[in-house]
Design a protein around this ligand. Structure first.
Ligand code: GLN
Length: 532
């Protein structure tokens, strides 16, 4: 049977609970335990796929096609394990499942209630993660902040789980903030005391506190917290603000949090293998020179909307000891009458990521045109690939009205069109082409050189595709279709051989990049950009 670690948050949101959960998982994995991770999000969307990225950040996609919270990206990047549908559960999923069961008559005769029906549903999801993953330890993060109305059924479920499984099988980590009052130069414990009080009112006393602090706390403060919160002093961990997030697991390791968890579980404390992680920290701390990439998107005011793309660029920089600086370019800004040469004068490479809808499209096409004509390294992702094809069709093949039916449903040259099996779909949620699909690579192409493999598996999230009716014409004009999904006859990668570096994919390579394993497409893009 798996053991369960639960991570909650208090005082304020944005404390880095996801990074804390990931760091704990990394440490336990480094001691030879199989770990699995899961996040509960208390909102009523079934998944974040229908939310605006400006509100929620990017939608991360697992290999099995689950559209998830961006924390799942942190988890996968830290522990380098593939997560799945059991890893991200929302209130939308929990409530719709309970209501469907009620309609099917599965609770016949009963009044369906928050306790036990909703809490049982949540509990089943926790245990399902344990059973289906075969993990020794499951780490479950509860989104939101303790005290929120929406998260109450989750906290109540955790209380029940603790009662049923006992403390030897459950461990509660509560992440809080210790603010420093400006002027008085004093660290304040009261918000943490209150947040732990809220948790205890719901029947849970945390086993450990992870306190976000500007600098390491003294014994006196820990004694006080310990007394007020009923948490042993050695289980109160400082999470000091860091410049390099990869320092966090090591900071926790130095405070023995993983040993404390294993001791409570009665599991052997094996030696931790963290050499690879220390190498990573060393690389990040010693990057030389910079490479500047323009990321042209329409959600650039919230960098989290492109989190995995940003991380993948940065990881590729590590391979060449370069610090990647992202210039966040608002695509709508490019639609105005501006001098692109001036705008891109310090830029080493241009990346156009995924996106949906009309707004900012022509600005992205202008950026792609600039990259193609001026021999600037270019990487297009999903929408970025579709627009690269439109740009080429319009300006090289002279199909001036070439477009995607996503933006112009009646256009005469629909070079990007709805996939056949999408035409009858009405529901918007969860109906994109999602998750892993195979892609065959053509020998002798840039894509093949990057991957050095005949067939690759990459994650997808799109509804539209390249229209094969135009393939011959584009090929004649020099575009190479270097990756293809054979089963559905879909274009997956395009490139321009005459160009310094021009490649784009229908899939999202960013989801598979890891800090210690940069992605081949990002690596070659950064390499070419350095060379510029
Ligand atoms: N909007 C495009 C489609 O649905 C591209 C999607 C994306 O970039 N993720 O096909």
């Amino acid at each position: 049977m798996a053991k369960y670690v639960f991570v909650t948050g208090g005082v304020v949101s944005g404390l880095g609970k996801g990074i804390t959960a990931s760091s704990l998982a990394l440490l336990l994995k480094s001691r030879g335990y199989k770990v699995f991770m899961q996040k509960f999000d208390p909102y009523f969307n079934v998944d974040p796929g229908t939310m605006n990225p400006i509100q929620h950040g990017e939608v991360y996609v697992t290999y099995d096609g689950c559209e998830t919270d961006l924390d799942l990206g942190h988890y996968e990047r830290f522990i380098d394990e593939e997560l799945n549908y059991t890893s991200n559960i929302t209130s939308g999923k929990i409530f719709s499942s309970v209501i469907e069961k009620e309609r099917r008559g599965e609770y016949l005769g009963s009044t369906v209630q928050m306790i036990p029906h909703i809490t049982n549903e949540i509990k089943n999801k926790v245990f399902e993660a344990g059973h289906s993953s075969g993990a020794d330890i499951v780490i479950t993060e509860i989104g939101g902040t303790v005290g929120d109305i929406e998260s109450q059924p989750y906290i109540e479920t955790l209380r029940q789980i603790q009662y049923e499984l006992g403390r030897e099988n459950t461990f509660f980590v509560h992440c809080t903030l210790i603010p420093l009052l400006f002027g008085s130069d004093e660290l304040k414990t009261k918000p943490t005391q209150n947040s732990v009080k809220d948790l205890r009112n719901m029947g849970i006393t945390p086993d450990a506190l992870v306190c976000r602090v500007p600098y390491p706390t003294e014994d006196k403060l820990k004694n006080k917290l310990s007394l007020f919160c009923s948490v042993p002093k050695e289980n109160i961990i400082d999470s000091v603000d860091v410049g390099n997030i990869y320092d966090i697991p090591i900071n926790y390791y130095n405070q023995h949090i993983d040993e404390i968890i294993l001791k409570q579980f009665g599991l052997p404390i094996r030696k931790a293998d963290l050499a690879y992680w220390r190498d990573l920290i060393n690389t990040v701390d010693n990057l030389k020179d910079e490479v500047k990439i323009a990321l042209v998107g329409k959600y650039v005011e919230l960098h989290d909307a492109y989190l995995s793309v940003h991380e993948a660029l940065v990881h590729a920089g590590y391979v060449y000891n370069k610090k990647v600086i992202v210039d966040w370019v608002d695509s709508e800004e490019l639609e105005k009458d501006i001098d692109l040469k001036e705008r891109f004068k310090d830029i080493d490479g241009i990346l156009v990521p995924g996106g949906f809808g009309n707004r900012g499209i022509e600005g992205k096409i202008k950026a792609i045109n600039y990259a193609r004509v001026n021999n600037i390294p270019f990487l297009g992702i999903c929408l970025g690939m579709q627009l690269a094809v439109i740009e080429f069709a319009r300006n090289v093949c002279k199909l001036e009205d070439a477009n995607s039916t996503e933006f112009d449903p009646t256009c005469k040259n629909p070079i990007i069109d709805l996939m056949a099996d999408q035409k009858s779909i009405i529901n918007k949620g969860g109906t994109l082409r999602l998750g892993n699909y195979a892609c065959e690579l053509k020998k002798g192409t840039l894509a093949y050189k990057d991957y050095k493999q005949d067939t690759i598996l990459e994650r997808h999230r799109h509804r539209y595709e390249f229209n094969n009716d135009y393939k011959e014409l584009l090929e004649k004009k020099g575009m190479v279709f270097s990756g293809k999904n054979v089963q559905a006859d879909l274009v997956e990668i395009i490139e321009l051989p005459g160009h310094k570096h021009f490649i784009a994919s229908q899939f999202h390579p960013e989801f598979k990049s890891r800090p210690t394993k940069a992605h081949p497409l990002f690596m070659s893009f950064i390499k070419a950009s350095i060379g510029k």
